[in-house]
Design a protein around this ligand. Structure first.
Ligand code: APR
Length: 236
């Protein structure tokens, strides 16, 4: 761990990629693994544009359930350590696949939310977006301006990533000296390929995850454990 701590301490340009595992200790369910959301529900029936077109009410019932579950969750020491290290680095970007808003709640600002934000809703009619943290009385909710269906402001399977966040992530991968990959199963593109992009360029890649993942083999250091415990040590 000392070598990895030194790489992090000495680097000028630090990129971090996080997945659902970083929020697990805050009580936010992950998608895969023994207790994962996809163990009981089929992602293709809930997290695709086709599923939403076919049954917007069912999709919203699930998202409303997730929003309720996440609403009571607070950032854990892993989120806080990431917000703290951001303030020490001249060049830093936190690329997250998480839509729960906990990085922002912890104080992270140089943040690329490449899978969107579960607290944002977007009208499928007029395109208006807004943050809405309360439950909706009626599902599926409709736009107050044009009456169109509102959808969760998240990226579904088969959809493009938000261009600004995605471009910021790719630019950072082309220049970061160190990439930390924490709490992701590294099976969903394009984020699953980010470690290889950084590695090919000569960045040091560090993984924090209780389990092995498809990117473990290319990492310069892998720490098997919980991000809420390991990130404060690695970044401290
Ligand atoms: N600390 C660190 N990692 C953890 C912890 C923890 N406390 N608990 C679990 N993990 C790890 C798991 O071992 C797993 O590798 O976090 C990872 C969670 O993997 P997923 O549930 O697949 O989450 P993620 O990688 O973010 O999924 C990517 O898939 O369904 C889509 O859009 C969704 O953004 C999500 C994407």
């Amino acid at each position: 761990m000392n070598a990895a701590r030194r790489w992090v301490r000495e680097c000028r340009s630090l990129c971090v990629l996080t997945g659902a595992g970083v929020s697990a200790e805050s009580g936010v369910p992950t998608f895969r693994g023994p207790e994962g959301l996809w163990k009981r529900r089929d992602p293709m029936s809930l997290a695709t544009p086709e599923a939403f077109a076919e049954d917007p009410k069912e999709v919203w019932e699930w998202y409303q359930w997730r929003r309720r579950k996440i609403r009571g969750c607070v950032p854990n020491p892993g989120h806080s350590a990431l917000a703290a290290v951001e303030r020490e680095k001249p060049d830093f970007l936190l690329v997250t696949q998480n839509v729960d808003g906990l990085h922002r709640a912890a104080g992270s600002r140089r943040l690329a939310e490449i899978h969107g934000d579960i607290w944002v809703v977007r009208c499928t009619g007029c395109g208006r977006e807004r943050t809405e943290r309360d439950d909706f009385e009626t599902l599926p909710p409709r736009c107050g301006s044009c009456g169109g269906l509102l959808r969760p402001g998240v990226v579904w399977f088969g959809e493009p990533l938000p261009p600004e966040a995605s471009e910021a992530a790719v630019r950072m991968l082309t220049r970061c000296e160190v990439l930390i990959v924490a709490g992701t199963s590294a099976v969903v593109a394009p984020a699953s390929g980010y470690a290889a992009v950084a590695k090919r360029r000569g960045a040091r890649v560090i993984e924090v995850n209780p389990d092995e993942t498809p990117v473990t083999g290319i990492c310069d250091a892998t720490f098997r454990g919980k991000s809420g415990e390991l990130l404060p040590v690695l970044l401290g």
